[in-house]
Design a protein around this ligand. Structure first.
Ligand code: NDP
Length: 412
């Protein structure tokens, strides 16, 4: 058993905590640390309400500023945690990783590190922060698994599975993310608006013909016919996994497509065009200095408040094309998740659910040793099957659609 420290107490942390509780026979004590202690307590209360704890065990909340490396290291030591699941905002990644290196414990996150005042740095993004610390992790003998949410995360494992089982040579990986759910609000983002908008205001980097290509957001549109959710409008979007898969797998084309309805595109375009998505401060006539993006965030619904009324499904997967035994072939490896099911099980909407279950599966694989590689790894560096096998039993089953039909994949 390995005790877990969860950093952050937002939408994703809620799912992580519930799933750790459901599996506290493999994982041990569960500690949740965030700036606001009350948010940790709310998660603990919801775990008790839903009776998620499998075995009696420790479940505690802590107030912590995770940018304080010494305070984080002290909490790791005090709680005896051996695995840190960082699902705080992406601004805290590097300090939390430092605390893990300092104390010799495993580190997991679900998004690339970001600095508040920088948007969209040079590709590959991982090389700007995380990969600079590879040697340090190896020297400290710690396992650090980067980007282990759904996308990035499970989609990287799908790409690895394609390499392992379905192709001799891959020409393209198109990652397609469709949320066909409905939250009933005029406009809302599914996770932190600040992080959500930052994703779409920078350059859209894609890996095509083995080099980086740059586009603007909403410049390249494509309609995909996906299982369950049907024909969906998507736009090429910059995303973390393109930045690791392009470097780690020998594949000349890696692109990411996110589904957006016309309404989202219109509202986003208006906000962006008049400067309301800027992270640069402006001064009002009254002399008040405000960051427009922070003001927009303060006005929008809290993403976690969407959960109770969210209905519909998500479909996220990898469309992979290449050759096998000299023949051209194509597979779609994907998952379908349901917003209402997620709410009933853990009190969260489907986007938080798909992001929060995978890091817990990964933590379990570290606890059992299968993924305890004692160095830094992206998901595609690791064997995909133990992970996808666990996810099959944890609410995120893998399906495949190819020339042999559309079916569930069983790895047991
Ligand atoms: P939320 O904004 O809901 O939660 C973020 C949490 O981080 C909050 O509880 C906040 O604390 C806490 N936090 C921020 N700064 C600090 C700090 N300095 N010290 C301690 N705690 C801090 O985000 P989500 O739960 O929606 O997302 C969490 C992470 O998951 C993000 O990095 C996001 O990018 C990623 N993600 C990944 C996905 C994937 O599939 N790979 C999909 C969706 C999200 P407080 O409120 O107390 O201030």
């Amino acid at each position: 058993k390995k005790n877990v420290l969860i950093i952050g107490a937002g939408g994703v942390a809620q799912v992580v905590a519930h799933k750790c509780a459901q599996h506290n026979d493999v994982l041990g004590d569960i500690h949740i640390a965030s700036r606001t202690a009350e948010k940790c307590q709310n998660i603990i209360n919801s775990i008790h309400e839903k009776k998620s704890l499998k075995n009696p065990g420790i479940l505690e909340g802590h107030a912590l500023d995770a940018t304080d490396v010494d305070a984080t290291a002290a909490l790791i030591k005090k709680t005896g945690c051996e695995i840190v699941i960082n699902v705080g905002s992406p601004f805290v990644n590097m300090p939390v990783m430092s605390a893990c290196i300092k104390t010799g414990v495993a580190y997991l996150d679900t998004a690339i590190h970001e600095e508040q005042d920088k948007i969209c740095e040079t590709p590959p993004w991982y090389a700007n922060y995380e990969w600079k610390r590879r040697e340090e992790c190896e020297k400290a003998g710690i396992t650090a698994i980067l980007g282990i949410g759904f996308d990035p995360g499970v989609v990287n494992a799908y790409a690895k599975l394609a390499v392992e089982d379905y192709f001799d040579k891959i020409d393209s990986i198109d990652i397609i993310d469709i949320n066909a759910g409905s939250h009933g609000k005029y406009f809302a983002t599914n996770f932190d608006p600040e992080i959500n908008f930052r994703e779409f205001t920078g350059t859209v980097y894609s890996w095509q013909d083995s080099e980086w290509k740059s586009n603007k957001m909403f410049e390249i549109k494509k309609v995909w016919d996906m299982p369950v959710v049907g024909e969906s409008q998507t736009f090429m979007t910059g995303h973390d996994e393109v930045h690791s898969l392009s470097q780690n797998l020998d594949v000349p084309n890696v692109r990411f497509w996110m589904g957006f309805g016309d309404h989202y595109v219109n509202v986003f375009t208006v906000l962006n065009s008049i400067g309301l998505l800027s992270e640069k401060p402006v001064t009002t006539a009254e002399g008040l200095e405000v960051v427009p993006l922070k003001v927009v965030k303060a006005c929008l619904p809290d993403p976690s408040s969407l959960a109770p009324n969210y209905t519909g499904k998500t479909c996220i997967g990898d469309l992979v094309k290449g050759t096998k035994d000299g023949k051209e072939t194509e597979v779609l490896i994907y998952n379908v998740a349901d917003h209402k099911d997620a709410y009933n099980e853990v009190g969260s909407q489907g986007i938080s659910y798909t992001a929060g279950v995978p890091p817990v599966a990964a933590a379990m694989l570290i606890a059992t040793g299968e993924w305890d590689v004692k160095k830094m790894a992206n998901v595609e560096d690791l064997p995909s099957k133990p992970f996808l096998n666990l996810l099959n039993g944890m609410g995120l089953p893998t399906r495949i659609k190819d020339a042999n039909g559309d079916r569930a994949l069983d790895f047991a």
